[in-house]
Ligand binder design. Structure first.
Ligand code: ZN
Length: 173
């Protein structure tokens, strides 16, 4: 129920901001949960509660739009990564990689950085819970996976050097 209230609050805030000066676009780039259906009255639909719609953006300044994502265990996570920059994937590629507990992020990122032919992911890696494709400016990619057991996991962009800024916590409650 707490999640649903947050969704409503975010929606309401967005509407308020839009009415007050058209800053809705900026607001939307900030990480947010989005409902499966666009109508607010469907918020209590039990199907929606089982799906955490996560939207995260990456830009040409090597930044994710959030450093923290929260979902609930048992939920299906529908995660959309949107590259809001203009640079090509060869120069400023972004992906979203969620690491298993206990995996050292720097060690993983260092191993990933040399895997250019494999889109900067170690081949047959056992360290990953889920990952998106590597995308460039203007591109969007969506993945679905089951939220793992409760805990705090780390995510990063595994493009060489990006992990220094593009990383955060994926919290499963
Ligand atoms: Zn990146």
């Amino acid at each position: 129920m707490k999640l649903i209230r947050i969704q409503l609050l975010v929606l309401f805030s967005a509407v308020l901001m839009f009415n007050c000066g058209g800053k809705e676009e900026k607001k939307k780039e900030v990480f947010s949960y989005e409902k499966t259906n666009s109508q607010a009255e469907n918020v209590s639909n039990s199907d929606d509660a089982n799906v955490a719609n996560v939207v995260i953006t990456g830009n040409d300044l090597m930044q994710f739009s959030t450093k923290e994502i929260k979902v609930k265990t048992g939920q299906k996570v529908r995660l959309t990564l949107r590259h809001v920059g203009k640079l090509d994937a060869n120069i400023m590629g972004h992906n979203f990689v969620l690491l298993k507990n206990g995996v050292d992020l720097v060690t993983f990122a260092t191993a990933a950085a040399i895997e250019r032919d494999n889109k900067y992911l170690p081949k047959d890696s056992q360290d990953i819970i889920a990952h998106t494709d590597l995308i460039g400016g203007g591109q969007v990619t969506t993945i679905e996976f089951d939220a793992p057991e409760p805990g705090t996991y780390e995510f990063l962009c595994s493009f060489p050097g990006h992990y220094a800024m593009m990383r955060g916590n994926f919290i499963v409650e």
